[in-house]
Design a protein around this ligand. Structure first.
Ligand SMILES: NC(=O)c1ccc[n+]([C@@H]2O[C@H](COP(=O)([O-])OP(=O)(O)OC[C@H]3O[C@@H](n4cnc5c(N)ncnc54)[C@H](O)[C@@H]3O)[C@@H](O)[C@H]2O)c1
Length: 362
């Protein structure tokens, strides 16, 4: 994997003029701070809450604050806009409409997930993005985690063999099927499905078909997937885990090798090797050349790699967007195509009862 040297904002010679819609909790913690390391000039911030827009402008060095995004885009004419907003009362995603407005104003869009609440809305974004020749990238942070990028590199190496199966765990309850026609009851699922589903698509490609089972105690589910590649997978959306537990676990099996990521930062690569002889071997330790490889960050030094805005993918995703615009090449991660695949999964849960096979991609 390429170890790139991170530049600080003031070291960039060429910067994009950007505006930001949304001065809420997540953006304060995790998105505005990424601009310390990105080629951006934050011109203005818009929030319907004027005081907050002004406070964020002071805090993050924007020159102006607005309460109307149309006015901001019209007056500022930025290269790109970042959108980190929330949900409409009917459960639809506010950012979908705002992204459409920004595209129509001729501006590139970076938007937090969820990109939209339906396949149809993503299709509309794809069409307008093409028509206006402007990019839309969603904040699919998981595919920018250094560990997940490393897993991708490992599973695509010849030594690993073909990725034959995947297991992924993420905590998210699902309401009973009868409630799923009501989008407001699915806010949690829509909000979070983007996380495991983005990893699944990034590592395994399109899901051909799936079926799932749900437990009625907490609303946890197990989904079995068959991929177009021929591989299989299980998505365990848990409900009922302890609040003190790490959330996520991922394992991909190849042909004689497997790789595990625990808690987003601990990566173990069990390289291809023979099991010590059954009933005769006195040691479990295999040769150094074939021994498992293990990585986890150190948390002693004031480094970039042990800041959450790096190991949770926030700075890398923002950099990918900025570099795409500056180089004139569309983003290859966080794309609308990825959002489309994620929403196919979301709609499968909405429209299909348990124990039924649903075809997602023929
Ligand atoms: N990737 C991640 O790790 C992660 C983590 C948390 C939240 N999120 C996502 O971030 C988004 C925001 O979450 P949050 O918890 O910060 O929400 P929030 O409610 O704290 O912030 C949303 C802000 O958007 C503003 N807003 C809404 N409509 C607007 C409009 N038309 N013009 C201007 N401002 C407008 C609101 O006034 C509010 O200040 C959600 O999409 C959520 O899914 C992502």
């Amino acid at each position: 994997m390429e170890q790139s040297q991170v530049k600080y904002n003031y070291e960039y010679e060429e910067k994009l003029k950007i505006c930001f819609i949304g001065a809420g909790g997540h953006s304060y913690r995790n998105v505005y701070p990424t601009f310390q390391y990105a080629p951006v000039d934050l011109a203005a911030i818009c929030d319907i809450d004027k005081d907050r827009a002004e406070a964020y402008a002071r805090q993050f060095g924007a020159r102006r604050a607005y309460t109307d995004h149309h006015e901001m885009l019209e007056k500022e004419r930025p290269d790109a806009v970042f959108i980190v907003t929330s949900y409409h009362p009917d459960g639809r995603v506010q950012a979908t409409d705002l992204a459409m407005d920004a595209l129509n104003a001729g501006v590139h869009v970076w938007m937090e997930k969820p990109t939209a609440s339906s396949i149809q809305e993503v299709q509309q974004l794809i069409e307008v993005s093409k028509k206006k020749n402007r990019y839309v990238m969603s904040g699919l942070k998981k595919v920018f985690f250094p560990t997940i990028e490393k897993v991708k590199e490992i599973i695509e190496s010849p030594e690993f063999g073909r990725a034959s199966s995947i297991y992924i765990r993420y905590p998210q309850a699902m309401p009973p099927f009868e409630q799923r026609s009501d989008l407001t009851k699915l806010k949690g699922l829509l909000d979070h499905i983007f996380h495991p589903a983005s990893i699944i698509y990034y590592l395994m490609g399109q899901i051909a078909q799936l079926s799932y089972e749900r437990e009625a105690m907490n609303g946890g589910t197990i989904t079995n997937m068959k991929f177009k590649s021929g591989a299989v997978g299980t998505l365990q959306l848990t409900a009922g885990m302890s609040g003190s537990s790490p959330l996520e676990r991922l394992e991909v099996i190849g042909e004689g090798a497997n790789v595990v990521v625990d808690n987003g930062v601990k990566l173990t690569y069990y390289r291809k090797t023979k099991r010590p002889s059954y009933g005769r071997s006195s040691s479990f330790l295999v040769d150094n050349e074939a021994a498992p490889l293990y990585w986890e960050p150190e948390f002693s030094l004031g480094q970039l790699y042990n800041k959450n805005i790096f190991y949770l993918g926030y700075v890398p995703e923002v950099l990918h967007f900025c570099e795409s615009i500056l180089s004139g090449k569309p983003p290859v991660k966080g794309t609308l195509t990825e959002s489309m695949e994620i929403l196919k999964l979301f709609e499968a849960y909405r429209n299909t009862p348990e124990s039924t096979i649903t075809v997602l991609n023929k």
